[in-house]
Design a protein around this ligand. Sequence first.
Ligand SMILES: NC(=O)c1ccc[n+]([C@@H]2O[C@H](COP(=O)([O-])OP(=O)(O)OC[C@H]3O[C@@H](n4cnc5c(N)ncnc54)[C@H](O)[C@@H]3O)[C@@H](O)[C@H]2O)c1
Length: 322
Amino acid sequence: MRVRGSTIVVTGCAGFIGSHLTDALLALGNRVTGVDDLSAGRREFLENAEGYPEFRFVRADLLSDDLRPVLKGADAVMHLAANPDVRSGASDTLAHYRQNIEATYRVLEAMRATGVKGILFPSTSTVYGEPSVIPTPEDYGPLVPISVYGATKLACEALVCSYAHSFDMEAVIFRFANVVGARSTHNVLHDFAAKLRADPSRLEILGAAPGTTKSYVHVEDCVRGMVIGAEYARSRVEIFNLGSNDRLSVKEIADMVTEEMGLRGVRYEWTGGVQGGRGWIGDVKDMLLSSDKLRSYGWEPAMNSSQAIRKAVREVIGGGAV
Ligand SMILES: NC(=O)c1ccc[n+]([C@@H]2O[C@H](COP(=O)([O-])OP(=O)(O)OC[C@H]3O[C@@H](n4cnc5c(N)ncnc54)[C@H](O)[C@@H]3O)[C@@H](O)[C@H]2O)c1
């Protein structure tokens, strides 16, 4: 997939990862049309992008607006718009079905109608469910997601693969670990920081001590990896894991957040969680991806999980919207 001098549509361009990707694509000399309904995204995240004459913002809802005029003439679509909240999937299943599966179907149909040949799709480690092989490689199977979110993203992957094969498209799929950094708006760091601002003496933590252990990747490493993976993709459908090479427990994250906020003696109050200590229904207990495939193309995360979290905490505590 060409990511220099191309015409690219980024859906979810005003979101956390989408806005960073948009900035990177513009810096590489692409023409970018960013699409977002601003349901979760923020226009201020596009401040840098809007300084480029090659950037155009279209406020549109993928679920209801005609996407063909937006996609016409594009070389590729990078489809980041989604409902990315694993936790809400257990209570609002329909939103996940619609915003993930139905929106992706509508994007693919609009691509088919307008002859757009490239799609980049950000998927997630949650498609693996609770794999018996850790670090988990891309060819691990069977894929048995335990969250509705993971299930909808896996369904999207399947749709993307089928359109690539059926309609002569080229697809690059990334399965991300947890992505953190500036412009994020909802994750464990925001949750902890908000609770500690309200009461610096105690911290309620979902789950049972020491919590789940997962891998975290900083958005700067994530976007760099997406560009490298897209550039080097060779097959009609290329799947890359993208995560750092280590993992952290929730307790270690709580320690980092309290330390970065300059707090001492904070009392951790574990809720006990659900289903044997998970933070919420569908919360995977242990996640670490093997990103060897992407690394074989020259990508190396500059930050491990701890470094990514520490940088992200400073970005989030400092406002996050930079
Ligand atoms: N953040 C992570 O840790 C993570 C991990 C794995 C995969 N992903 C995937 O990466 C992508 C981006 O995630 P994010 O964390 O940046 O999320 P985000 O919520 O910050 O961004 C999603 C954007 O999509 C927009 N959007 C949602 N529904 C829309 C619709 N119907 N029409 C138009 N715009 C719509 C929102 O306004 C938002 O700006 C998602 O596909 C997510 O599933 C994220």
